[in-house]
Design a protein around this ligand. Structure first.
Ligand code: ZN
Length: 671
């Protein structure tokens, strides 16, 4: 499972700036609805030579899988990509030409979508250039540079016309519309020549419902019909995608030679075995070994993992992320977690609802070193794997957040003018610029490591007593716990931060977001439904309402615009404490009626006038709804014997150059 930040969600989650200004250039490219960024990999230089080698081999294994995902997404994708790149390289005309510029947008979209469909909406891209212009460019490319694969130029061109210009042909990569044949109407390449009914009948027959440890059926196969029979064709060495898997296996084997410990070596070996045999039992064994190995600093995923790309949710899209432990951040979460009992015992809730022995959760914070396949260029900010339910229950899972990716998002958000537009004055903009990056991370740490882990139910209270309001109230409880302790001197005493104003940045952002700016994610006329958004709203509205007499929070109108003004941060903390005590009481006693009233009164209804105003102001900022990343370049430095003596990292590459380099150097399926 992955944690994605989509579009406005990102800004609403975190309208932050980093405390330290840096010269790093995060902005790489902008086209259509996409913004391409780059990310830093802090700490890479501090890794040992052995660890650097491990990262180097693993990122090679990651990059070699790029073509697999293109082909899984649609069987014409590699052919389209190769043709477009050939036209691009061959083009000698005017670069200001309208058709050429539209062609560049389309090419960049195809790279970003890993094919001809949008990575998020799954809709086919619409080219902005004419078929006539395209034909002229195609005719100018020497035939040897085109992926004709034995077809005549005429047949090849006719196929491209349908694939690129006919909006009804292969219209959606993954179709989820209820009532339609989801296999026949989806353009992905995980099934061919079979109907949904046939696929379901096939898997019904081979699945054993009484098996307590079932494999992930269909995870690494294409389902086709052979001689009138439905069969699975595995992705493996000697099977589908063999040329790419051969390279992946080579680099994984190299990685195994420099593994950090025997357990890590063992799981890498088992992954190689999976690629060689295609056996899903072997994949489960690998997943267990991977989930249980928690000592190493370097970690990675490489394989057919998430199944969002399959309308039936079985076949995994190929992806890889290589990462290593962020030591500073992990130290931070360990400190918080180690002091869990202090926070529990001193919280403002009734003593009857506190745990006598609370255990904090120590979250693993990582920095991504390379993103590939389904995690590139669009990438998650958190991952929780493996996906197999019985493995998660019996052997646990790894949950990580990608700190350097989040940092890059935040840095870029700071440059959009978002805070300047919505914050009350320069003072608040400056407060957030200075402190919000750290305050935001701490809020997340406290929420995850302590908030959810705190408190207890009274004996006999049903854990599902709050029913449909349960998750909103639970998220609210964790948020309130975090907000309350952000302002606690204990955090300064622990050395987690030094400036006592740090918490104010989070308080201001939280209320501004809860009362106003999260409305940018809601369509006009709709109420708030999502649990996290509801909890932020009920907390903010409740505090606004209950602090009215003392003017703790004000809504100020200026030039037709509405702003949040926080007048008294200490009183706001007292309001958080009061509400935390109440939400904990609701949870501990299972008071459904009080919980329902709290959420319905403060957390659901949207004021249409303010909503329209916020949407209009947001639109003017022209923020790209989707973001993705280019990778850094890793270069192995060798001595005269060919031994690696160092691995260096560099960041300068732009989007077009990176895509062309990957197509040139990491394209085993098109050679
Ligand atoms: Zn939560």
């Amino acid at each position: 499972m992955k944690n994605l930040i989509i579009g406005a969600a990102m800004v609403a989650l975190s309208t932050t700036a980093m405390a330290q200004t840096s010269d790093f250039n995060y902005n790489v490219d902008r086209f259509a609805d996409i913004e391409v960024l780059r990310y830093q990999v802090p700490g890479f230089e501090d890794l040992s030579l052995n660890q650097k080698k491990l990262v180097y081999y693993l990122q090679e294994a990651a990059l070699q899988g790029r073509d697999i995902l293109f082909d899984q997404n649609c069987k014409y994708n590699l052919m389209v990509r190769q043709t477009l790149e050939a036209i691009y390289k061959n083009y000698a005309g005017d670069k200001q030409d309208k058709d050429y510029q539209a062609f560049m947008v389309y090419l960049k979209q195809v790279w970003f979508g890993n094919g001809i469909h949008h990575h998020y909406s799954c809709d086919k891209f619409t080219p902005g250039f004419t078929q006539n212009w395209f034909d002229k460019q195609l005719a100018a490319v020497p035939a040897a540079q085109l992926p004709l694969a034995g077809a005549t130029m005429q047949a090849f061109t006719a196929t491209l016309h349908r694939v690129i210009f006919d909006p009804t042909f292969m219209a959606k990569r993954v179709n989820q519309a209820d009532g339609e044949d989801l296999i026949l109407t989806s353009a992905n390449n995980m099934y061919e020549g079979v109907t949904q009914q046939e696929v379901e009948a096939y898997f019904d027959k081979i699945k054993d419902p009484s098996d307590p440890t079932p494999v992930m059926y269909g995870l690494n196969t294409k389902v086709v019909k052979e001689n009138g029979k439905v069969v699975e064709k595995p992705y493996k060495l000697g099977g589908i995608y063999s040329q790419a898997i051969e390279k992946i296996v080579y680099w994984l084997a190299m990685a195994a030679t420099v593994a950090e410990n025997p357990a890590q070596r063992a799981y890498i070996d088992r992954l190689v075995e999976f690629y060689v045999t295609g056996s899903l039992k072997t994949f489960d064994e690998y997943s267990i070994m991977w989930a249980e190995e928690t000592k190493s600093d370097i970690d990675f995923i490489n394989g057919f993992i998430e199944s969002y790309g399959d309308p039936l949710g079985m076949t995994g899209s190929w992806e890889s992320i290589v990462n290593f432990r962020n030591l500073a951040a992990s130290h931070r979460t360990a400190l918080i977690s180690d002091n869990a009992q202090y926070f529990e015992s001193n919280s403002p809730v009734d003593n009857r609802f506190k745990k006598e022995n609370v255990k904090g959760v120590s979250a693993k914070v990582i920095n991504a070193a390379i993103l590939a396949g389904d995690s590139y260029p669009s990438t998650p900010i958190g991952i929780n794997l493996p996906n197999s339910n019985w493995i998660r229950a019996a052997h646990g899972s790894k949950s990580v957040s990608l700190e350097n990716i989040t940092d890059a998002y935040n840095q870029v958000a700071a440059g959009t003018g978002f805070n300047e537009e919505f914050a009350f004055s320069k003072k608040e903009v400056e407060l957030m610029r200075k402190h919000l990056a750290l305050a935001d991370k701490l809020h997340t740490d406290l929420h995850e490591c302590l908030g959810h882990a705190s408190g207890k139910l009274l004996p006999g209270v049903d854990q599902d007593a709050l029913k449909a309001y349960g998750s909103t109230l639970e998220e609210g409880r964790a948020d309130l716990f975090a907000l309350y302790y952000l302002a606690d001197p204990k955090l300064i005493e622990l050395g987690i931060f030094t400036d006592p104003d740090t918490y104010k940045a989070e308080y201001y952002k939280y209320i501004m977001n809860g009362l106003l700016t999260q409305l940018t994610r809601i369509e006009p006329g709709k109420d708030i439904e999502e649990a996290h958004m509801r909890n932020r709203k009920f907390i903010s509205e409740w505090c606004y309402e209950h602090g009215k007499r003392d003017k703790v929070i004000e809504l100020v109108k200026r030039g037709g615009k509405t702003y949040v003004k926080v007048n008294d941060y200490e009183k706001l903390r007292k309001l958080f404490a009061q509400l935390l005590a109440e939400v904990q009481r609701i949870k501990s006693t299972g008071d459904y009626e009080a919980g329902r009233a709290l959420v319905e009164t403060y957390g659901v209804k949207v004021d249409p006038t303010i909503h329209a105003e916020i949407l209009a102001r947001y639109k003017k900022l022209n923020i790209a709804p989707y973001k993705g990343f280019v990778n850094p370049i890793y270069t192995a430095v060798t001595d005269e014997m060919g031994n690696i003596t160092d691995v260096t990292i560099s960041y300068g590459e732009n989007y077009v150059d990176q895509m062309l380099r990957y197509s040139r150097d990491y394209s085993p399926l098109t050679k």
